[in-house]
Design a binder for this molecule. Structure first.
Ligand code: 5GP
Ligand code: MN
Length: 346
């Protein structure tokens, strides 16, 4: 048995192998393959896509990336050696002439933003590699979904290994970005033995971990720490029930000349307060909606709480966007959060 699989049961190894086989059948030479991920893409979504581009290229197959949101500046470095591959600005046009679509790091049409209708209507195979627990809706196609994976990048690695595909250094670098960002630097509960085995193999393939740190976390616009300072001023903690929240003041992103990706990690500060079991970040987004990021500690399942409002995610990290004003949504959601905490043990 290969080492990275040794933490898996025989049944899950078989499932992985079958899923990898089915997804691999999507990629035929000469076809137009579009890779896509969720709105406001993160290091896992983009890292997984970029890794797939390099891995497929080594197999003689060209793929392009068509995302519903532009690539955040933070991850632009992943495209330095991939000119012309990020076609997110012409996503709908590219999807209209695609032969197959692979959706990474999400399994739901509802999170594909402006690409949703095109993906739904094309009638071409729509494959999916994802690690979210919440089930979603996508057109038919092969699935490689495993909620025990820390990141979609972990599954892309397994796919390549299962198929015997080469993982070029640039793909290993992108997959390490996916693992580091979705595990909070290997600190979150999703960090499992297999995650670290995969990370170890990526380092053996030549990844420089400090370079990944510098690229992802130490190349910020000055507005990022200034935004952090402003948002942290809004922190409210309700000790008695272990609830904490922060709010992005309207217009703050524009004032600091940053994008939503620069908010990444801020909600962790609310979760960091002793005794906090549920941390929330509220911000206005387009279309008169308010986005809520949820993080939890211990037994609090935020995927369930977000799910009640039509959102989703993972046990300890979830999100939802609701129509309404910032103050109305905040009032009603905080009330639901208090009720949710009150009916949980501890
Ligand atoms: P974040 O709070 O960092 O945006 O997202 C945390 C987790 O929740 C991620 O796994 C993300 O995919 C998921 N998530 C965020 N917003 C939404 C949403 O509006 N709907 C659903 N279903 N999941 C979301
Ligand atoms: Mn992910």
């Amino acid at each position: 048995m290969v080492d990275y699989l040794s933490a898996m049961t025989p049944k899950s190894i078989l499932r992985t192998s079958a899923a990898a086989h089915e997804v691999a059948a999507l990629f035929l030479p000469g076809q137009r393959i579009c890779l896509t991920t969720h709105v406001n893409p993160d290091g896992d979504g983009i890292g997984s896509e970029v890794a797939m581009v390099h891995i497929l290229r080594a197999q003689g197959i060209e793929a392009i990336i068509t995302n519903p949101s532009p690539t955040p500046d933070r991850f632009a470095f992943l495209f330095a050696d991939l000119p012309g591959i990020d076609r997110s600005a012409q996503g709908v046009k590219e999807l209209r002439r695609a032969d197959a679509i692979l959706v990474l790091d999400i399994a739901d049409l509802g999170r594909l933003g402006n690409l949703k209708e095109t993906v739904a209507e094309r009638g071409i195979p729509v494959g999916c590699i994802d690690h979210h627990a919440s089930a979603g809706v996508l057109p038919p196609g092969p699935r490689f979904v495993d909620p025990t994976a820390a990141a979609t990048g972990e599954l892309v690695f397994l796919l390549a290994r299962e198929r015997g595909w080469t993982i070029p250094p640039a793909a290993a670098h992108a997959l390490y970005v996916a693992l580091v960002t979705d595990t909070g630097g290997f600190r979150f509960a999703n960090t499992r033995p297999r995650t670290l085995r995969v990370a170890s193999e990526l380092l053996a393939l030549g990844v420089n971990p400090e370079q990944v740190y510098l690229d992802v976390y130490a190349n910020a616009p000055v507005g990022r720490p200034r935004l952090l300072a402003e948002v942290l001023q809004t922190l409210v903690v309700e000790d008695a029930i272990g609830l904490a929240w922060v709010t992005v003041p309207p217009g703050a992103l524009e004032r600091h000349d940053v994008d939503p990706d620069d908010l990444d990690g801020i909600v962790e500060h609310a979760r960091s307060v002793r005794g906090v079991r549920l941390a929330l970040l509220f911000r206005e987004v387009s279309g008169g909606r308010v986005k809520i990021s949820l993080r939890s500690v211990g037994t609090v399942d935020v995927a369930v709480l977000a799910g009640r409002f039509g959102g989703g995610g993972h046990t300890r990290a979830a999100g939802v966007a609701l129509p309404g004003t910032l103050s109305d949504i905040q009032t009603s959601f905080l009330s639901a959060a208090r009720d949710y905490l009150a009916q949980l043990p501890g």
